[in-house]
Design a protein around this ligand. Structure first.
Ligand code: ADP
Length: 424
């Protein structure tokens, strides 16, 4: 082949490897292709890539041409006392014509695989400022000389191999981190599940007996028991929240839709938070239609949605502010809007507040309690109904949460998988 033809062939091969480098994540086949190309284009009998093993401090064959590749993988090459080691340390390419006469030559490999090295070129594999290994070609056919183009081309191939190895390492560590995150997430979910189930039964007993005892106590002791009851009720709410999250996550949450008056439900929810609002100096108002607004939904779950939104609005509104909940009926949906004049939510946090355990302020330093689960449960329950929830906010001025629930009239409108057996 003419000089020009050879150059063109080399450029095409390198381009092809570059293309594969950007499209493939499989390191093995790509490195195999690199060594095959290196041997072919330099007209050598063999080629290989050796990588430094950080644990043992030796070089190991990662890929090689020919039959002996597997056997080579088991042979360690010392860094002190081998030509590959010298290239790794100096980070300079080396061209050797009589390897057997070179004192740095490591004969161990040839003895074990039965090949004799005559000539070789070895070039370093570099990632940023680190040398991670060596690309070698052995035994130029007809014992011809290596050209400077041979060396340049090997340097280019070595750079491509280094990028491929770096990519594979990054993908590997990302995979590991992802797997670890998955394990941690499962651990957290399992913990939530076990803790909430185990706590539920003893807590129900405490609540039951405390309520029975309450009737027989005088005023002073009764007030103390009221404190116990309040704390136990709060614990019950936390456990229910964790269980709701668990059921939503595992798809175990079923809807039991019934026909009920949403306006009356909102009024009842406001009554529940009136005392809390008053204690915090917040005015809580409901703008509701005078007539009943019937919806076909899971009443218990809608109650949780309303409670979580109102509780947040009151909790994050300082004294002197107000919270307003309103309903708007449309032809095919009903909109629940909860507006407050509270702290507001920074724009960067707005899209994350529906994530589980997400809290704008650090949990340990913030003044308001909570676990960062309320809104993720709101979203889960609303979506289970086929609805949607969103939030708008101006930091320092307040927030608005909007829930849209589709208006349903019959059990047949609810997704069959979510229908309770009682309605099916
Ligand atoms: P938490 O139990 O912390 O209230 P949520 O999931 O209900 O958990 O809310 C997540 C976070 O969103 C809250 O910690 C708070 O930072 C922010 N947030 C929710 N509602 C409001 C609101 N009405 N005003 C300001 N911030 C809010």
């Amino acid at each position: 082949m003419s000089d020009l033809g050879t150059r063109l062939q080399r450029t095409e091969c390198i381009l092809e490897i570059s293309r594969e480098l950007t499209t493939t994540v499989a390191l093995g086949p790509l490195l195999a292709k690199i060594v095959d190309t290196a041997a072919e284009l330099t007209d050598c009998e063999e080629a290989s890539i050796l990588l430094r093993d950080v644990r043992t401090g030796e070089l190991r064959f990662r890929t090689a041409t020919g039959q002996g590749a597997e056997q080579l993988a088991d042979i360690p090459v010392p860094i002190e006392g081998s030509i590959a080691g010298a290239v790794l340390t100096s980070r300079e390419p080396m061209v050797i014509y009589d390897a057997q006469a070179d004192p740095r030559h490591f004969g161990g490999v040839g003895q074990q695989v039965g090949t004799e090295t005559r000539s070789l070129v070895a070039v370093p594999l570099q990632i940023k400022d680190q040398c991670i290994g060596v690309l070698e070609v052995l035994n130029k056919r007809e014992d011809a000389s290596f050209s400077s183009e041979d060396v340049d081309m090997l340097m280019t191939l070595a750079a491509q191999a280094a990028v491929a190895i770096e990519n594979a390492r990054l993908v590997g560590s990302l995979r590991k981190a992802y797997q670890r995150l998955g394990e941690l997430d499962k651990l957290k979910s399992d913990f939530i599940s076990i803790a909430s189930h185990e706590l539920r039964t003893p807590l129900s007993l405490i609540l039951l007996y405390a309520a029975v005892l309450r009737d027989d106590l005088d005023e002073a002791a009764g007030a103390q028991l009221d404190a116990v009851l309040r704390a136990a009720t709060r614990l019950k709410h936390i456990i229910e929240t964790m269980l709701n999250l668990r059921y939503l996550e595992t798809g175990q949450m079923d809807l039991t839709p019934v026909r009920f008056d949403l306006a009356a439900e909102v009024r009842a929810a406001c009554d529940d938070y009136d005392a809390l609002a008053e204690t915090g100096g917040v005015m809580l108002r409901a703008d509701l239609p005078t007539d009943a607004l019937y919806v076909y939904a899971d009443q218990e779950k809608v109650r949780v949605v309303l409670g979580n939104l109102l509780s947040n609005a009151v909790k994050f509104t300082p004294a002197g502010g107000w919270v307003r909940i309103s309903l708007c009926e449309r032809p095919d949906e009903v909109e629940i809007s909860v507006v407050d004049t509270g702290l507001g939510i920074p724009k960067a946090d707005l899209r994350r507040i529906f994530d589980r355990f997400y809290q704008v302020e650090d949990h340990m330093t913030r003044q308001q309690g909570g676990m960062g689960l309320g809104l993720s449960i709101v979203r889960g329950l609303v979506e289970l109904h086929g609805g949607a929830v969103c939030a708008e906010s101006v930091p320092g001025r307040g927030s608005r949460f909007i829930v849209r629930l589709p208006l349903r009239t019959a059990a047949s409108d609810v997704a069959p998988s979510k229908m309770s057996p009682f309605l099916a």
